[in-house]
Design a protein around this ligand. Structure first.
Ligand SMILES: [Zn+2]
Length: 234
């Protein structure tokens, strides 16, 4: 049976085309959108706790960041690039020895193209990232964060098949556009509440100072950075 679409005007046809594209682009480009599948943006806790997540390492500042965390009695989850983990496995050991967790932030971090990769390309990014972490002495990760948070309809089935979950955030530092550590810390922590997932990066000129300021602000707010159990993720 043929289906005929009748438009009253070219503008109407263009509008329909635009809307149909938006239906695909919205969940792809919105990191916290769960239209393609579940995206973790918070965790349940009865205590004054937040989850600090640090992306894009391991980098030269890893040791200093781990020292800062330990000095504050805090722990974080490092979403690492597989390629960098493979180059510096000793940093993966350093992170985990101090009670922090390592998770997968793809193998090569293809920021501009991850969202349009097909199933084979996505599987390679996920699997190579996991493999690099395991080869560096880490545990096989069950958490994945997409580069720049973008994902497409193939990401969830691939993660499901590997027993992995997609982790986003509830608050981010905007530390790629801000350079003042205090302002970065304020934007990340002001109004933070228990169960928040905080996103900040490492490997930038201000990363160490910003993370130091974040830890001080969280302590001031009475919020402890923890690594939550899988069962508490929402
Ligand atoms: Zn990243």
């Amino acid at each position: 049976m043929a289906i005929a679409l009748a438009f009253h005007s070219p503008a109407e046809a263009l509008l329909l085309l635009f809307l149909s594209h938006m239906l695909i682009l919205y969940p792809t480009l919105r990191p916290r959108s769960a239209w393609w599948g579940p995206v973790v943006t918070r965790f349940r806790t009865p205590r004054q706790e937040v989850w600090l997540t640090i992306d894009d390492g391991p980098t030269d500042d890893t040791a200093e960041i781990v020292r800062l965390l330990t000095a504050c009695g805090a722990v974080a989850t490092f979403f690492v690039k597989g390629r960098l983990a493979a180059e510096q496995p000793e940093l993966i050991a350093l992170i985990t020895r101090a009670g922090n967790k390592v998770a997968n932030h793809s193998a090569t971090h293809p920021s501009g193209t991850f969202w349009c990769l097909g199933p084979a390309g996505l599987a390679k990014e996920i699997d190579d990232g996991n493999e690099a972490i395991v080869r560096s002495g880490g545990q096989s990760p069950h958490w994945f964060r997409a580069p720049v948070g973008m994902k497409n309809p193939w990401v969830h089935p691939l993660l499901d098949a590997r027993g992995m979950r997609l982790i986003a955030w509830s608050r981010r530092a905007f530390d790629s556009v801000r350079s003042d550590p205090e302002k970065i810390a304020r934007s990340l922590t002001r109004g933070a509440r228990p169960g928040d997932i905080l996103l900040i990066h490492q490997g930038r000129p201000t990363s160490v100072a910003a993370i130091r300021a974040v830890l001080a602000a969280l302590e001031h707010a009475g919020l402890s950075p923890v690594v939550p159990d899988d069962g508490s993720l929402t």
